[in-house]
Design a protein around this ligand. Structure first.
Ligand code: 4NP
Length: 158
């Protein structure tokens, strides 16, 4: 089983959206038995909460389900997952501070898997903005998650 954990700050907007987008692509590819998918936040402020309603609605408009409950990322997740994917540079820096050498996970920005985006591109935080920010998150996640799935299929022979 290949495992992927998407990480943002609150685990109520971007990372549950990335999780829902990737889950739908993985299901379309018939690989749901081969890839385990989760998400978490570097902060625990929203732990136990469902995803932000704006994120759920933006996803529902594209036929994508965003659900689950927020949880805080743990250092031990680096030994549970093969890929830990951060939404922005701040999430990545917070994760690097928890990362220890020899951990199982490959740690990078999610959009590093989008060949059409600059290498350091972020999925910007939509929390304090309008609804279009949530639509942009879906588009960015779709492009990056397609690249991620392609990478995983090649790397793991799926
Ligand atoms: P997320 O968005 O990191 O994409 O889940 C945020 C959610 C909540 C807050 C910030 C960002 N907050 O400050 O409460």
């Amino acid at each position: 089983m290949v495992s992927v954990c998407f990480v943002c700050l609150g685990n109520i907007c971007r990372s549950p959206t990335a999780e829902g987008v990737f889950r739908s692509l993985v299901r379309e590819a018939g690989l749901e038995g081969a890839i385990r998918i989760d998400s978490a936040g570097t902060g625990g402020y929203h732990a136990g909460e469902p995803p932000d309603e704006r994120a759920r609605k933006a996803a529902a408009r594209r036929g994508i389900v965003v659900d689950g409950r927020a949880r805080k990322f743990r250092a031990s997740d680096f030994s549970e997952f093969d890929y830990v994917l951060a939404m922005d540079a701040s999430n990545l820096a917070d994760l690097k501070a928890l990362y220890s050498a020899g951990a199982r996970a490959r740690l990078s920005l999610l959009r590093a898997f989008d060949a059409t985006a600059p290498e350091d591109a972020a999925v910007p935080d939509p929390y304090y903005g309008g609804d279009d920010g949530f639509d942009d998150v879906i588009d960015q996640c779709l492009r990056a998650c397609r690249g991620l799935l392609e990478h995983i299929r090649q790397e793991h022979g799926l």
